[in-house]
Design a protein around this ligand. Structure first.
Ligand code: ADQ
Length: 470
C-alpha cells in the first residue's frame, strides 16, 4: 500500500462489471480494475448495461465489501450514438489504425458529448473532496473537462486501453481537436507502451493545444501541468497459475484433452473483433497445413471467439466471414477422424480457459493491432513450468514490447505466422523453459498490482502537489 492511500479511488468506465459469480467471463478492463478497487476500496461508476427511454435516471448504488458500484441507465438513442456510433465506429477503428472501418455521423459525435456530460453531472454529485478519479478508455475522453466545468477540483487521471494513434491517423477523426483539448484537462494520461506515448506527443506538437514538454513525461499546458506516461497493464500471475493448475481436474478440461487424441494443440482466444486479425490467423493456419503437411492430422486448432458489439455492422460481417473461412479450411483438409479447426462462437469461464491454455502447445495471439492483449500474458502465466507451450505473438500488440521472448510475427504475413507456429511446435523443451521463465519474470515485474499502484501514485502526487498549494 502506498503512503498516500487515504481517500477513495473512483473508477469511471463505460461499463461497470458487478461481479456476480466466481469465474465469470470479464473483459480485460474489468479484470484489471476490480483488482485495483479491491486493494484500495472506493467506487466504480458507469453504465449499468441497461437501456431506458428516460434520460434523467439517478445512479443506483450497490455496495459489495469495500467497493460501491454506482451505475446509471442510458437512454437508448444516446447509447446508439455514443457507444455504437462515435466510440466504436470512429474512435475504435482509428485507434487501431484501421481507417477503412471509420463511419462518421455528426449525430454520433453529439451523442458522445451528451453522454459524457451526463456522466459528469451524475458523478459530480457523488464525489468527496479527497477522492481521486481514474477514468478509463476512449469512450470517456471528455469527462475530465466536463467535471472541471461542473466545479470538480479533484485529481483526475485517464488511462487508454487501446493504442493511441499518431497524429497522421488521429487527424482523420472528426472532432480530434476537441478530443485533444479534452485530454489536456486531465492531470495524468496513461498508455500501455512507449510507442503510444510517442504517438500522443506527435499530437501535442500540433498547434491545437498550447503544450510544451518539460521532460519525458511532464507537459506544460497553458498554466497547468500534465503527466503523460507509460503504465503497461498486467495480470495477477499467481492467480492465473493457481487457476490453471487447479483446473486440470475439471471435467471440461479433461474431456477437451482426451478429445485431442495425442495431437498438438493450438489455441486462440479473443473477442470477435476485426482488430484481432482472426481471418488472417485462420489463413495463416491454412498456410501451415499447406507448407508443413506433417501438421495435418497432428495438430488441432481451437479458436474461441464470442461475439461482441452485435448490431454494429462490421462485427456482424466478421462473424459470417469467419464462419465461412473456418468452414472452407475444414472442408479442404478434414478427414473422417480429424477436423483441423474447432471454432467456438462463445465465451468460456475463466478457470477452464486457463486449463485450456495450460494444455495448448501454442498460444496464437495475432491481432493486427492491440493496446496490450492480456490473453498473451495469461497464456504464458498458465503454462506448466515443467513443459511449457510457446506463445506466437503479433509484433503489433502492446504485449510484444514486453514479451520479447515469444515468437514474434507479423500478422499480415501468413508465411511468417505459419513458420512461427511450426517453430513453436518443434521447439526444444530447454528453449521453451528458458523463454517462458524469462517472460514470467517480466509478467511479475509489470503485474496488475504494479500497474494500478504506479497509476494511482502518479495521481496522488497531483493531490499533494501544486493543486493544494494553489
Ligand atoms: P480486449 O480487447 O478485450 O481488451 P484482452 O486484453 O485480450 O482484450 O482482454 C480480454 C480479457 O477477456 C482477457 O482477460 C481474456 O482472458 C478474456 N477473454 C477474451 N476472450 C475470451 C473468450 N473468448 N472467452 C473467455 N474469456 C475471454 C482491451 C484492449 C486490450 C487491453 C485490455 C486491457 O483492447 O489491448 O489489453 O483492454 O487494457
Amino acid at each position: 500500500m502506498n503512503e498516500h492511500s487515504h481517500g477513495r479511488l473512483i473508477i469511471v468506465s463505460n461499463r461497470v462489471a458487478i461481479p456476480k459469480r466466481r469465474g465469470a467471463v470479464a473483459g480485460g478492463l474489468a479484470v484489471g480494475v476490480l483488482g485495483a478497487l479491491r486493494e484500495q476500496g472506493g467506487m466504480w461508476f458507469g453504465w449499468s448495461g441497461k437501456l431506458t427511454d428516460r434520460s434523467d435516471a439517478e445512479p443506483e448504488i450497490v455496495r459489495k465489501g469495500n467497493i460501491e458500484f454506482a451505475t446509471i441507465d442510458l437512454n437508448e438513442q444516446d447509447f446508439e450514438h455514443y457507444y455504437n456510433g462515435y466510440s466504436n465506429k470512429v474512435l475504435w477503428p482509428v485507434c487501431h489504425y484501421l481507417l477503412d472501418f471509420l463511419i462518421y455521423d455528426s449525430a454520433d459525435f453529439d451523442g458522445y458529448r451528451r453522454v459524457n456530460q451526463a456522466f459528469a453531472r451524475k458523478l459530480a454529485s457523488l464525489l468527496r473532496p479527497d477522492d481521486i478519479i481514474w477514468v478509463h478508455d476512449y469512450h470517456l475522453i471528455p469527462l475530465a473537462a466536463e467535471l472541471r466545468s461542473a466545479g470538480v477540483d479533484n485529481p483526475i487521471g485517464f488511462f487508454l486501453h487501446v493504442p493511441f494513434p499518431s497524429y497522421e491517423a488521429f487527424r482523420a477523426v472528426p472532432g480530434h481537436e476537441f478530443l485533444l483539448r479534452a485530454l489536456t484537462a486531465y492531470d495524468v494520461v496513461g498508455f500501455h507502451t512507449p510507442r503510444d506515448l510517442k504517438a500522443f506527443r506527435t499530437c501535442l506538437e500540433e498547434p491545437i493545444v498550447d503544450a510544451t514538454f518539460i521532460d519525458d513525461t511532464r507537459v506544460r499546458v497553458g498554466d497547468g501541468e500534465l503527466i503523460a506516461d507509460v503504465f503497461p497493464i498486467g495480470i495477477d500471475v499467481d492467480e492465473i497459475q493457481k487457476l490453471s493448475s487447479d483446473s486440470q481436474s475439471m471435467k471440461t478440461v479433461q474431456r477437451m484433452v482426451s478429445s485431442l487424441d495425442g495431437r498438438q494443440l493450438l489455441i486462440g482466444v479473443d473477442r470477435l473483433d476485426y482488430s484481432k486479425g482472426l481471418k488472417l490467423r485462420l489463413r495463416s493456419y491454412e498456410r501451415l497445413l499447406e507448407r508443413y503437411p506433417n501438421a495435418q492430422r497432428n495438430v488441432t486448432f481451437i479458436q474461441i471467439a464470442p461475439p461482441t458489439r452485435t448490431g454494429v455492422r462490421a462485427y456482424d460481417e466478421i462473424r459470417s466471414e469467419l464462419e465461412q473461412t473456418s468452414g472452407h479450411i475444414n472442408g479442404r483438409f478434414a478427414e473422417s477422424d480429424w477436423v483441423p479447426i474447432r471454432y467456438l462462437n462463445k465465451g468460456v469461464d475463466r478457470k477452464p480457459l486457463m486449463g485450456f491454455f495450460r494444455n495448448a502447445d501454442v498460444g496464437l495471439v495475432t491481432p493486427v493491432r492491440d493496446g496490450m492483449n492480456l490473453v498473451a500474458k495469461e497464456y504464458v502465466a498458465a503454462q506448466d513450468p515443467r513443459n511449457p507451450g510457446m506463445l506466437v505473438l503479433s509484433s503489433l500488440t502492446g504485449a510484444a514490447c514486453e514479451l520479447t521472448d515469444a515468437i514474434i510475427v507479423n500478422p499480415y504475413d501468413r508465411d511468417d505466422v505459419a513458420d512461427g507456429i511450426a517453430n513453436a511446435l518443434s521447439m526444444s523443451l530447454d528453449e521453451r523453459k528458458e523463454r517462458t521463465a524469462s517472460m514470467i519474470e517480466v509478467l511479475r515485474k509489470n503485474d496488475i498490482t504494479a500497474w494500478r499502484t504506479r497509476f494511482v501514485d502518479a495521481l496522488m502526487r497531483k493531490r499533494v502537489g501544486p493543486r493544494l498549494d494553489a
